[in-house]
Structures are given as C-alpha cells and as structure tokens.
Design a binder for this molecule. Structure first.
Ligand code: PGA
Length: 251
C-alpha cells in the first residue's frame, strides 16, 4: 500500500518562538493517537532547527521549503541538501507555485534542485499545478503533464520511489477556492498515468500524490476519500494546531 502524508507548509510564517509553540501543540494533539498518514512540518529555514528539536521523539517528520542544488560555495542566501539532512529533516519542497510564479524559478533550476535533493538523500515533494488562466483555456492537463515530464523524466525508478508529488492548482492556493474532489481526483489519476508511462505501473502505484490548495478540516475528508489522493499539502490551515490536526484526522 502506498503511503499517505499530511504536510504543513508554513511558508514565511512562524518565527522560531511561534514555531516551537505550534509544533509542541501538534505533538500534544497527536499523543496517544494513531494517524493513518505520515505527518510532516515544513517551517521556514530559521525556524527549522527549533522545530526539529521540538518534535524529537514524536512521530512527526520535518522538511525544508526549498534548497539550492550545489553542495556548498558562494551562493549567498541559499542552503544545500546536506544542510537540511544534517538537521535531521527528510523532506524538501521543490517547485512550489510561489517559487515558480512569485520568485520565477523555471524548469531547469527545478530539475537541478530535485536531483540535488535526491542525491542528498532527501525526499523531494515536487509540486505541480496549473494557473486559473491555463485551466480556463482547457490547458490544465497539458500543463501538469509537461511539469511532470520535464522534471521527472530521466530519474531512475529508485529515485522516483523516493519522490512525492503534490498537485496544487495555483488558483486554489490561499484563495479559499478548492478543486472539487472529482476535479482533483481526475488530475491525480492523470498524473499517475503519466508516471506509469515513464516509470511503469508499480512505481506509479507506489508514488504518493498529495493535493494542495485551501485544504481545511471541512473539506479534507472528501478530498482524501478520492482513490488517487494520498494526502494533503496544507498552507494556511497548517498554522493552527487544531485545524491542522483536523486534516490529519479528517472527520
Ligand atoms: P493553502 O496553501 O493551503 O494556504 O492554499 C497550500 C500550499 O501552498 O501548499
């Protein structure tokens, strides 16, 4: 059975003091309970060491929001896969829509970042998703397929086996608009079939494909009930322990 994941992407929120308090509340909320999914917290870089410490001994995993693709050197402002792994983190986001559309990262950088994450023994969470314009022009499937092929083609089956996908329609991120379970489920099935074409059905069948975009306790259960949706990448609702836990344990 493929694994399921609920990941909280805190974005540029929660300094190291606020972050520890939130992480501790989430640890407390998980105590004595057995979630069906892996739980991953993805704080800003400066908050990350404190959160790693705060969740030590719990079942919570941690991740970074980004990385640079070189191992070290003159790359002011950047951090490497080795630095992230060295903290004890397992996951790293690659290709989040804010990196693509606000910061302007293109396919060549994302391909290098994804490979750097894998060769640095991290599990990349590779994010894909169409803009509203692309969806309205009937391009959603083409765009997402291209984002998958462009970056993932050429990976070995073993590397793909360590990669997680997150489908996050750009128009649903932070907007309160969520894709319907049917629309999201359809796109997840498309992604899995593209993965099957590239890597074969067994690898595609094992790849967790998370949904992201205004996931909240009130809509998590119906999204997660879809066959090809294997968890959630949560932004806004992950900044509050109660709402994040309401997604980890969807009612
Ligand atoms: P949101 O963000 O849940 O606030 O829409 C999701 C994301 O960007 O990962």
């Amino acid at each position: 059975m493929r694994r399921t994941i609920t990941a909280g992407n805190w974005k540029m929120n929660m300094d190291h003091v606020e972050g520890v308090s939130l992480a501790k509340d989430i640890v407390a909320g998980l105590e004595g309970r057995d979630p069906a999914c892996e739980v991953v917290l993805i704080p800003p870089f400066t908050t990350l060491p404190a959160v790693v410490e705060a969740v030590d001994g719990s079942r919570i995993e941690t991740g970074a929001q980004d990385l640079w693709y070189e191992e070290k050197g003159a790359f002011t402002g950047e951090i490497s896969a080795g630095m992230i792994l060295g903290l004890g983190c397992r996951y790293v986001l690659v290709g989040h829509s804010e990196r693509r559309h606000v910061i302007g990262e293109g396919a060549d950088i994302l391909a290098k970042k994804l490979r750097a994450a894998l060769s640095g023994d991290l599990f990349p969470i590779y994010c894909v998703g169409e803009t509203l314009d692309e969806r309205e022009n009937g391009m959603a499937t083409t765009v997402v397929t291209e984002q998958i092929r462009q970056i993932l083609e050429g990976l070995s089956g073993d590397e793909m086996g360590r990669t997680v996908i997150a489908y996050e329609p750009v128009w649903a991120i932070g907007t309160g608009k969520t894709a319907t379970p049917d629309d999201a489920g359809t796109m997840h099935a498309v992604i899995r079939s593209v993965l099957a074409e590239i890597f074969g059905a067994p690898v595609a069948g094992e790849t967790p494909i998370l949904y992201g975009g205004s996931v909240k306790p009130g809509n998590a259960a119906e999204l997660l009930a879809m066959e090809d949706i294997d968890g959630a990448l949560v932004g806004g609702a992950s900044l509050d322990a109660k709402s994040f836990l309401g997604i980890v344990f969807p009612a």
